[in-house]
Write a protein that binds this ligand. Structure first.
Ligand SMILES: O=C(O)c1ccccc1NCC(=O)[C@H](O)[C@H](O)COP(=O)(O)O
Length: 526
């Protein structure tokens, strides 16, 4: 079996792990360094149902190629018991020895001491024999990584699991994987938010890919969940389950909050969830071919901000805006809540029209001392609950913790005034930075929080790109005249324009909107 199966080359790290495991299996057999479990051959406790309704899978994980050393874990049973006490629905036991420091012995020991806890064997499994051995060591479920397997091996593993009464957690990382799994209609599908080539975490991956799965299944969000904030995004994207390693190994006390966030699918209106809808739009742009020509690069997502008139909302959407921004903060472009509701109502009347497809965000400014901020937040929360907006652009001084506490889909707008500040503000979630999937970089001005028409210093843009580990969202002084150069230079995932297409404060110039989109299209094929 070749590790290069579905026509795409495996990331180096995956190839290394797969090759190493194959070599060891050939030399040592399928038990590797493990001893036969205490219950003897073929007498493992009967398999348990594995996450039929979703829930949290907590992982026993000592190290990983992306993270290096995570925790000592001398007593995996004690850790598993703690997971169980704190509310984990199931436990994933990493049994790969060389890169993750696990073993089949961990699996059998945990099953022996916690027979009622559903266990997943997480490893780079290759065939039916691997499934049989997993069962022998007490696994109730096995991980099947579609991209490392030939289709015949996928079939063999499903068939072995069915015979043994086990569940398969089928991992997909592309639409092609999903196609290959379709015939088996797995009841549990895992999508990893970590790109194994770059090790980067990106919620857009699972958010967009989930949309391609058309059969009833429990979706499992793998990687990147540190706590409740990420779990809420997973739940909003339709994932009823999550697999969390480092986030719980290092702080098991997070389990109750993560579990609550995961089960709180509190989208009561019919509005699409902001991050999912945006990830799907972004994925569609990657495939789009303007004027029948294959784009050299995908066109960026476009947000047109400071909309105050219905005709401008219509025009922006018809021209191709993916997001319309409405400013709730004090501003010459301030939009009244009832105006936003009227745009939402026109959009909801014609969901398949450009206006119906555009997302709506409210722009608010939180200042340390500001009483206004509370009013804006309350207003945004109400508009979100009504489905009049989908998300919030959060400006101002609030810390990552305060932003997280607002508990709505938001992205943070940053206005660093120096490279040092850019590096500090753009820290990753693991470094204590903002935990929203994307941050927007705007130009600093002492006069206004945004909409200034000032461009961001290129060194600051570069510092943010390098530090944040996220695709670039760029605002500040973008116009029909300079957008082509900006897109070519930075390849942003999203651009945000307010004053550059205005004829006066809050009044959009429709001709300039057209010119903007023409220039954007040119930048994608030049
Ligand atoms: O536009 C405002 O008046 C404003 C006030 C307070 C917070 C944000 C504000 N605008 C945000 C935006 O319009 C955009 O996100 C961004 O700043 C782009 O502005 P521009 O440089 O004019 O294109």
């Amino acid at each position: 079996m070749s590790p290069e199966t579905a026509g795409t080359k495996l990331p180096n790290i995956l190839e290394r792990i797969v090759t190493r495991r194959r070599e060891r299996l050939t030399a040592e057999g399928s038990l590797l360094s493990a001893q036969e479990p205490s219950w003897g051959k073929n007498k493992a406790p009967a398999p348990l149902p594995f996450l039929p309704q979703g829930g949290l899978i907590c992982e026993v994980k000592r190290k990983s190629p992306s993270r290096g050393h995570i925790a000592e874990i001398t007593d995996p049973v004690a850790l598993a018991k703690r997971y169980q006490q704190l509310g984990a629905s199931a436990i994933s036991v990493l049994t790969e020895e060389d890169h993750f420091g696990g073993s089949l012995n961990d699996l059998a020991t945990i099953k022996e001491k916690l027979p009622d806890m559903p266990l997943l064997r997480k490893d780079f499994l290759f065939d039916g024999e691997d499934v049989v051995v997993s069962r022998r060591f007490g696994a109730d479920a096995v991980l099947l990584i579609t991209r490392i397997l030939e289709q015949s091996a996928v079939e063999e593993m499903f068939s072995a699991a069915r015979e043994l009464g086990m569940t398969v957690l089928a991992e997909a990382h592309s639409r092609e994987d999903i196609e290959r799994l379709r015939g088996f209609a797995p009841k549990l599908i895992g999508i990893n938010s970590r790109d194994l080539a770059s090790f980067r975490i990106d919620p857009f991956g699972p958010a967009a890919l989930a949309d391609a799965i058309q059969w009833p299944t429990v979706l499992v969000w793998e990687s990147g969940i540190l706590g409740a904030e990420e779990a809420k995004i997973a739940a909003g994207c339709g994932f009823a389950a999550a697999l969390v390693g480092e986030g719980v190994v290092t702080a098991p006390e997070r389990i109750p909050d993560i579990t609550t966030a995961l089960s709180a699918a509190d989208q009561k209106n019919n509005a699409p969830f902001f991050w999912k809808a945006l990830a799907v739009k972004q994925a569609a742009l990657q495939d789009a071919a303007p004027n029948g020509e294959r784009p050299e690069r995908p066109r960026p997502l476009v947000k047109l901000c400071g909309i105050t008139r219905m005709e401008d909302a219509q025009k922006a959407a018809e021209a191709g805006a993916d997001i319309l921004g409405f400013i709730l903060a004090p501003s010459k472009r301030k939009a009244e809540a009832d105006f936003i509701r009227s745009v939402a109502s026109a959009a909801q009347d014609r969901p398949d029209s450009p206006l119906g497809r555009a997302l709506r965000v409210a722009v608010i400014v939180e200042r340390k001392e500001g009483i206004e901020a509370k009013e804006q937040i309350d207003q945004a929360r109400k508009l979100l609950a009504e489905g009049a907006i989908h998300g919030v652009q959060l400006h101002g001084d609030s810390s990552p913790e305060l932003c997280a506490a607002t508990a709505f889909p938001y992205f943070k707008a940053l206005r660093p005034s120096s490279i040092a500040e850019a590096k500090q503000l753009a820290a990753t979630p693991k470094e204590g930075g903002y935990r929203c999937p994307r941050i927007l970089v705007d130009a600093f001005s002492s006069e206004a929080y945004g909409g200034t028409g000032k461009a961001v210093d290129p060194d600051i843009v570069r510092a943010v790109i390098e530090r944040s580990g996220r695709p670039l969202w760029l605002a500040g002084g973008i116009t029909p005249e300079n957008v082509e150069a900006i897109v070519t230079r930075y390849k942003p995932e999203l651009i945000d324009i307010a004053s550059g297409v205005e004829e006066g404060p809050g009044i959009k110039d429709h001709h300039r909107i057209e010119q903007l989109f023409e220039a954007i299209q040119r930048s994608c094929i030049s």
